[in-house]
Structure formats: structure tokens, C-alpha cells
Design a protein around this ligand. Sequence first.
Ligand SMILES: NC(=O)c1ccc[n+]([C@@H]2O[C@H](COP(=O)([O-])OP(=O)(O)OC[C@H]3O[C@@H](n4cnc5c(N)ncnc54)[C@H](O)[C@@H]3O)[C@@H](O)[C@H]2O)c1
Length: 349
Amino acid sequence: MIRLAIIGAGSMAGEHAKQFQALDGVELVAVCDLDGGRAQAFAARHAIPAAYTDLEAMLAREEIDAVSNVTSDAAHKATSLAAIAAGKHILCEKPLATSAADAEAMAAAAREAGVINMINLSYRNAPAIHQARELIASGALGRIRHVDASYRQSWLVSHAWGRWDQDSQWLWRLSQRHGSKGVLGDVGIHILDFASFPVGDITAVNCRLKCYDKAPDSRIGDYVLDANDTALMRVEFACGALGSLHATRWATGHHNSLSLSVHGDRGALRVDLDAAKDRLHVCLGEDVHPACWREVVAPETPSLYRRFIDGIVKGHNDQPDFARGAALQRVLDACFVSDAEDRSLALAG
Ligand SMILES: NC(=O)c1ccc[n+]([C@@H]2O[C@H](COP(=O)([O-])OP(=O)(O)OC[C@H]3O[C@@H](n4cnc5c(N)ncnc54)[C@H](O)[C@@H]3O)[C@@H](O)[C@H]2O)c1
């Protein structure tokens, strides 16, 4: 039995509790949030026996094997380092940190402590992306020549997920002072992983970021609304292909849409998670001439939550680990420099 504690009791933590409680061999034993009322309510809602506001006190409990870190982005580094120092295996939400230097420090600490470490790049749960990676690795698409990927949200327009202008869980995401790296850090990291996991490392970026006006003086209460809400990235992959990657909170008509197209000189594939998580479309072989697309059903993939627990049991660190989180964070940092200095940047291999 793996005894697990959750750090952060906000909206995404509910998904972690649900996913871990559905797994055999996992017991949720504690939760910690700076907001005591929230921690108590979360514990009651998910039948977790102990709630804390003091992280060190919770981590001092030796019977806790692992933690799931679901705090807001700015808190990931300090809380993760504390958990690692206490010898706990750790699954941390994305982005790993708010800079590559911090993310690298977290990856180094986890490696040195020998704890299992993973980052919750949750779209790795979609079987289609694993099948896309296998197809590309098999050479079925030939040499990759063009990549197109987008992450479209609309919570600055649609009220489906609540009111961005009234709720702290959205307001911190809009404010650099509250540790947000904008849409780029929030879901841009997902689309970077979604494209580069199957296609390969990104070696150069050119990025344009934009923050549209949303409120008088760009401020609501303590929140200065200055974080980017649209990101356009032109990237080059190690295989030489160019790609166009987008992330925005202004994609009116889309709640949460991820799509990827990869085109090679012998074939192409498309993944559209709105349509299905376990299907992709391929255009291969003779089908390239009439541009005929066929559906492929991808085999099931164990969830990242399952793979984290299995990794602890077997002593094997699965992917994506903190080192992967740090590598993606180097791309994010380069995107910020590219935007600020209006130039392309090469990334060290
Ligand atoms: N992987 C995904 O698909 C996905 C989806 C949504 C959110 N997330 C990530 O999950 C994290 C949480 O997002 P959310 O929407 O739940 O935010 P939220 O604001 O609803 O919750 C964050 C919680 O963390 C708590 N917290 C902050 N600092 C803390 C600290 N030092 N110690 C203990 N608790 C602390 C806050 O009080 C709050 O309750 C973010 O990093 C976000 O990027 C990931």
C-alpha cells in the first residue's frame, strides 16, 4: 500500500484525489493547504483522515511514502523541495517551476535524493499521442517536414468553468506577480510536450506573446492582469522540421481543445483530442496521392497516476520526470527572451 498525501486543495487537487482513490494499492492519508478551511473541506469531501496547514508537520510523518503537489505554480519549487528533503516520492503539477533554473534545481534535488519524480503532463494520458510517437519513430511518415499544434481555451470569454474575474483560481493565472507565466506556462507547456514528445526535441524558438486588456487599469483587486494570454511559437525540431505551436485563452468556441498534425514526406497524422483521446487519423502510403485519411485506434495507456504509483512499487522512474519538466521549462524561458528581444533563440542540446 502506497500512502499518499496531497499538497494544495484547490480545483485540480480534486482530480488527483479521484484518480488516486480509483487505484488499487493507494491510500490517501493527508492533505495540506495554506487555507485551513479549504484543507478541512477537501479532507471531508474525499474521506482523507488528516488535514494540515503546516507542510513540514505533514511531511514529518514517516508513514507517508509519496506526495502529489497540486499547489499554484509559484509554490511548486518550495513545496517540492521540502517533500524531496523529507524523502517523499513526488508527482508535481505542471509547469514544474516558474523558471528553468528553479526547475533544474528541483530535478537535481529529486535525482540526488533518489525519489521517484514525475510531472503531471496530463495529455500523456491520451493513448493517441503514444501511438503518434510510435508511428513517427517507425518511419511510417518518412522525414518530418511540418508540424502544427494548438491548445485552445476560452475561459476569458466563456463562463463554463466559472468567472475568471471573480475567482482566485483564474485570477492568479493572469498575474505575473502571483507567479503565473501566463497561457504559455499554464497550457503552452502542454502543447510543447504534445508536439515534442512524438516529434522530438525543440532546438530553436521564435515566440510572440500578447496580453489583451481585460479590466480597467489591468487590475482586479490585488491581481495585476499582466500575464500573456496568447502565445504563438515558431519552432524547429532536432529532426529539422519546422512547427507552428499556439496556445490561447481567447479561442472562443473551444473549452479545452488540443490538436496536432504532423506531416512527413511519406505520410501524415492528425490527433484531435476533442474528437477522441484514443484515435488518430493517418494518411500513409498510396493514400497520400488522393489525400485519403483513415482512422487508427490506439491501444490503452496506463494513466500517469498509475505509472507514478507503479514506479514507486517497482523502483523505476517512468516518464515524464522532473528532468523532462526542466527541459520544457528551458523552452518556455527561451520563448520569453524571444518575445522580449524580438529574435529567434537556439536551445542547447
Ligand atoms: N495537468 C493539468 O492538466 C492541470 C489542470 C489544471 C491545473 N493544473 C495545475 O495544478 C496546479 C493547481 O491548479 P488549481 O487550478 O488547482 O489552482 P487553485 O488555485 O484552485 O489551487 C491551488 C491551491 O494551492 C494552495 N497553495 C498555494 N500555495 C501553497 C503552499 N505553499 N502550501 C500548500 N498549499 C498551497 C492554494 O491555497 C490553493 O488552494 C497548478 O500548478 C496548475 O497549473 C494542471
